[in-house]
Design a protein around this ligand. Structure first.
Ligand SMILES: Nc1ncnc2c1ncn2[C@@H]1O[C@H](COP(=O)(O)OP(=O)(O)OP(=O)(O)O)[C@@H](O)[C@H]1O
Ligand SMILES: [Mg+2]
Length: 255
C-alpha cells in the first residue's frame, strides 16, 4: 500500500477572493473574478461550469502553473500567491500531481519510463525511486504493460499511466482537468474507481468535469459561472453510491 505523507494542516488549500485577469491588446479578460472556498485535506471536489467559466484557469492556479492577479491561495500553510517562480516550481514538483485530458505522455518512452519522467528531470531516479515507479504501475493495473509505448495502449490505460506519473512525488493533492473527457464509459469507470481508491488512501482530489455522472462520484461539487462560484454543494453518500451503481449496471457488455 502506498502511504500518503502525513499532513499537519487541515486544509489542502484555502482560496480567498482569487482573481485572474489576462491582459490582451484590445481587452482584459477577467477569467476569475473573486473565487473563495476551502478544500479540507482528503476532500474530493468536482469543479463544473460552462465553457469559459474559469475552471482550467482555477486549476492552473492551484497547480502553481500560473500566478493569480490578486487574492490569496494557500496550499497547506504556504501562500502561493506571493511566491517567486523558483518557489512555485518547487511546490509544484513536490506537492502536486497533474492529470490532463490528453494524457500528455511521451510517445517514444515506455510505460515505466513515462512514469519515471518527473523523477528523471529532478535528477532523483535512484533504485528506490525505480522500485516505487514499478509499484505505481502495478497499482494502476499496468504491471504486464511496462515495456509498451503509449500508441500500444488504450485510452484508459494511457490515462492510468498519467495518473501513476502524477503520483511519483507522493503529491499533497491531485489535480485533474477533464481526465475522462476522451474516454468511453467503461474506461471512465476504471479511472473513477482509481480516483476513489486514491481518495480512500487520504489523497485530496480536485477534478474538472463537464459530466454529471462524474461529478456525482466526488464528495463535493463547486460550480463556477463567469469566473465566480455559483454554488458549492456536498454530494450525499447516497448520491455517490447510486451514481457508482448506475455506472456499473449500465456498463456496455464487452465483446
Ligand atoms: N492564456 C489566456 N489568455 C487570455 N485569455 C485566456 C487565457 N486562458 C484562458 N483565457 C480566457 O479565460 C476565460 C476562462 O478560461 P478557462 O480556460 O479557465 O475556461 P474553462 O472553464 O476551463 O472552459 P472549458 O470548459 O472550455 O475548458 C475564457 O474566457 C478564456 O478565453
Ligand atoms: Mg478548461
Amino acid at each position: 500500500m502506498i502511504k500518503v505523507n502525513a499532513s499537519t494542516t487541515q486544509h489542502a488549500c484555502r482560496i480567498r477572493d482569487l482573481k485572474k485577469e489576462y491582459v490582451l491588446k484590445s481587452e482584459t479578460v477577467r477569467a476569475l473574478r473573486g473565487v473563495t472556498f476551502d478544500v479540507p485535506a482528503g476532500d474530493y471536489v468536482a469543479i463544473m461550469g460552462p465553457s469559459g467559466s474559469g475552471k482550467s484557469t482555477l486549476l492552473n492556479m492551484l497547480g502553481c502553473l500560473d500566478q493569480p492577479s490578486s487574492g490569496e491561495l494557500f496550499l497547506g500553510e504556504d501562500n502561493v500567491a506571493q511566491m517567486t517562480d523558483d518557489e512555485l516550481a518547487d511546490v509544484r514538483s513536490r506537492r502536486i500531481g497533474f492529470v490532463f485530458q490528453s494524457y500528455n505522455l511521451i510517445q517514444q518512452l515506455t510505460v515505466v519510463e513515462n512514469i519515471q519522467v518527473p523523477l528523471f528531470y529532478q535528477g532523483r531516479l535512484g533504485p528506490k525511486e525505480q522500485a516505487r515507479c514499478l509499484e505505481l504501475a502495478q497499482m494502476v493495473g499496468l504491471k504486464d504493460r511496462l515495456s509498451h509505448r503509449p500508441t500500444q495502449l488504450s485510452g484508459g490505460q494511457q490515462q492510468r499511466v498519467a495518473i501513476a506519473r502524477s503520483l511519483v512525488n507522493d503529491p499533497y493533492f491531485i489535480l485533474a482537468d477533464e481526465p475522462t473527457g476522451n474516454l468511453d464509459s467503461r474506461t471512465t469507470e476504471e479511472i473513477l474507481q482509481l480516483f476513489q481508491r486514491l481518495n480512500d488512501e487520504g489523497r485530496t482530489i480536485i477534478l474538472v468535469t463537464h459530466e454529471d455522472e462524474v461529478s456525482k462520484r466526488a464528495k463535493r461539487v463547486v460550480r463556477l459561472k463567469d469566473g465566480l462560484v455559483q454554488w458549492d454543494r456536498t454530494n450525499t453518500e447516497e448520491v455517490r453510491a447510486q451514481a457508482a451503481k448506475y455506472a456499473i449496471d449500465n456498463m456496455p457488455v464487452e465483446v
